[in-house]
Write a protein that binds this ligand. Structure first.
Ligand code: ATP
Ligand code: MG
Length: 366
């Protein structure tokens, strides 16, 4: 009835049975044996349709047109984490093909799958070559192509990306590609030029707070405005982070008490403002020993160096006692330290290097 594959695909036949339940469409919170399943809120509140995706108007407009029957280009989504990239394409694919065709028409590969050059040559190429029909089993029309989603594409090797180029061009009749990544500079130019690029913006505070409040309402969580503001500040436009903080905090507080700002700060690992101020003022003492003691103390308290770095940056940028030149020297050091931390350098040594620079600038720079 819905045989659209003329390439004799065994994948399609095998997976037809499971087709009715595409990945993140499971709304139900009860498993088959009747037990209540605990669904993480990020999954439970993942947008189910492209209309649900907030703040990404351009891409939603393009996808809506394609849902209404026009063609879809190859897509490249990029932007910071937790802004809706994966959710958007999954929702669009589900709407285009419906639950039954989903498995047959969509090949989803992410960083957890092997995506070396051989997989691109064999699995992706084979899937791309299969032809696709125009009708869904439920009679509704559907586009005559398949979608290959390459999530976290910035972790694919250059060779694997190069191997995609020809396939992308040759199979345009039957296949659309959607590449998703955080860092678009890691995607090779020939691929980016074959795709319509969409940048996903960090979500602004208004949208985040209205979504968070809706989730709190749905889950019966009590939260005050101050706590919401703290979640927004600590999540920096990353909706996934915000929802995770909220869920962890509500677990910690229990059902009866309200989620407070302090608990959110605790969960997010944010260094209290006065503690950071204290650290910066230690730098004015021009005493290496005092600095050593303060840094050891803050590390012993379990604060992450990357968190201290990002908060120190915000502090330095608005610090009125430093000249622009001094700020620029400190920020340059921050960039070095950030890179070293990412490469796995020792946190204590890196923080000492950074705060020594701050100390030097405060006491001797001008
Ligand atoms: N624009 C958005 N509108 C509505 N919900 C969103 C949006 N962006 C993120 N979310 C929420 O955040 C969660 C994570 O989103 P998603 O997995 O799509 O992020 P992503 O952009 O793919 O991130 P990453 O780059 O880390 O893979 C979703 O489950 C959803 O609840
Ligand atoms: Mg994603």
């Amino acid at each position: 009835m819905h045989a659209f594959l003329t390439g004799g695909s065994s994948v399609a036949v095998k997976e037809k049975a499971a087709a009715a339940d595409p990945p993140s469409s499971s709304k139900s919170q009860k498993s088959k044996d009747g037990k209540i399943k605990i669904v993480p809120w990020v999954e439970k509140y993942r947008p189910k349709t492209v209309e649900d995706v907030a703040h990404q108007e351009e891409v939603v407009a393009v996808l809506k047109k394609s849902l209404a029957g026009s063609d879809l280009p190859n897509l490249l989504f990029y932007g910071p984490p937790g802004t809706g990239k994966t959710s958007t394409i999954l929702a669009a694919a589900r709407q285009l093909f419906g639950p039954e065709l989903y498995r047959e028409r969509v090949l989803e590969l992410n960083a957890s799958d092997e995506r070396g050059i051989n997989v691109i040559r064999e699995k992706v190429k084979k899937f791309a070559q299969l032809t696709a029909g125009r009708a869904r089993p439920d009679g509704k029309p559907c586009p005559p192509f398949k979608i290959i989603i390459l999530d976290e594409a910035d972790s694919m090797t250059k060779d694997a990306q190069s191997a995609l180029r020809r396939t992308m061009e040759r199979e345009t009749k039957t296949t659309r590609f959607c590449l998703i990544c955080n860092y678009v500079s890691r995607i090779i130019e020939p691929i980016t030029s074959r795709c319509a690029k969409f940048r996903f913006k960090p979500l602004d505070d208004e949208i985040l707070s209205s979504r968070l409040k809706a989730i709190c309402e749905g889950e019966g969580v009590e939260i005050d405005d101050k706590a919401v503001a703290t979640v927004l500040k600590s999540s920096e436009g990353d909706m996934r982070k915000a929802i995770m903080f909220l869920q962890s905090a509500s677990r910690l507080c229990g059902k009866d008490s309200a989620v407070s700002g302090d608990i959110i700060l605790d969960i997010a690992g944010v260094v209290p403002e006065d503690r950071l101020e204290q650290l910066v003022s230690t730098c004015s003492s021009d005493s290496y020993e005092d600095l050593d003691e303060a840094i050891r103390g803050i590390i012993m308290d379990g604060f992450a160096a990357s968190q201290i770095l990002s908060q120190l940056h915000d502090n330095i940028v608005v610090n009125e006692n430093l000249s622009d030149k001094q700020k620029s020297i400190i920020c340059e050091k921050m960039a070095e330290v950030d890179k070293s931390l990412m490469d796995g350098a020792d946190e204590y040594l890196q923080l000492m290097a950074l705060f020594s620079t701050v100390m030097n600038q405060i006491c001797h720079g001008n």
